[in-house]
Design a protein around this ligand. Sequence first.
Ligand code: NAP
Ligand code: 3JM
Length: 341
Amino acid sequence: MKKNPVVAVVGATGAVGREMLDTLVRRNFPHAEVRALASSRSAGTKVEFGSKKLTVQELTEDSFNGVDLALFSAGGSTSEKFAPCAVKAGCVVVDNSSAWRMDPNVPLVVPEVNPDDLSWHKGIIANPNCSTIQMVVVLKPLHDAARIKRVVVSTYQAVSGTGQKAIVELENQVRQLFNGQEPTNSVYPHRIAFNCLPQIDVFLDNEYTKEEMKMVLETKKIMGDDSIRVTATTVRVPVFYGHSESVNIETEKKITAREARVILAQAPGVRVFDNPGEKIYPMPIVAAGEDDTFVGRIREDESIENGLNMFIVADNIRKGAALNAVQIAEVLLERNLLRVS
Ligand code: NAP
Ligand code: 3JM
């Protein structure tokens, strides 16, 4: 593509959509025009785009005429319905929902890990789940060095992962509790303030949640290795921004904690934040508002022959969603892949 692309942000009024617009500005993404799309509820309202304001338009089947690139973050059902319309109109879609992630015709991409999968896209590219993204940027270099056989992960996920309404629910509950009132909930099945919920997304027939199975299946697809065994427990915690993960890996080859730190220090998008003597380790308050994925508490698992434990934290709205999507768009542009073949 020689001219700058016309870009549409679908879900532009949401937690991820607003960050998409900010990320396009911050990274100076080349564009001829940017359109902000959302539901009829917010049509006519304004969203910020750098120093400008964009008027939100209602998403319809005709929204993609003349659009080259659409960044979707308006939920799975909107993606299922409208991403094919966008592709039909000649637009390349980067979709943030889980709707297309496991479709064998759709690449699932983290640019630091598997950018070459973009070459076979057929119009839709899926952005992985937030918890999966931050885990694989750290696991890939370790896998290349020592081959990971098994991963055991437990997550501590921020409410912003659920969207704007969940951010407001946590704020309200904290205020209600401090005022001696009974907290009310509508987004989560239980109180989230001063609590932890071991349920993210719906329960499946195997008794895991859908969020847990996203981590299992997406990790294998992105790493291009079905032999890696993954098991996950995903938990929502009363944190506004930043997902945390306790990750245990078992490797084929021995790798010391010191070697892992050296490897990860050179890994793109990863910041080793690991100095226990100085009480330096990743935390949501460290990663929020940052682009990098932070890794620390790296130590050898003394219960097995070849294993490591680590703690991984990233901004779920940035690397977990908007930033990864814009990085995908940057590679598409660089490699002249912003076209539907
Ligand atoms: P949010 O704050 O609730 O925002 C939802 C956005 O979708 C709003 O802009 C809303 O527009 C729009 N929308 C909802 N229904 C629509 C419809 N029928 N037609 C057009 N627009 C519609 O949620 P969020 O946190 O930004 O997340 C949005 C989606 O992104 C999630 O559902 C999820 O699929 C995905 N996501 C992915 C990751 C990841 O891990 N990669 C992380 C977070 C979210 P209105 O203002 O008009 O209601
Ligand atoms: C719907 O933190 C989270 O809840 C995960 C983000 C998310 C997703 C996702 O990306 O998997 C929130 C709501 C979805 C989805 O599309 O399934």
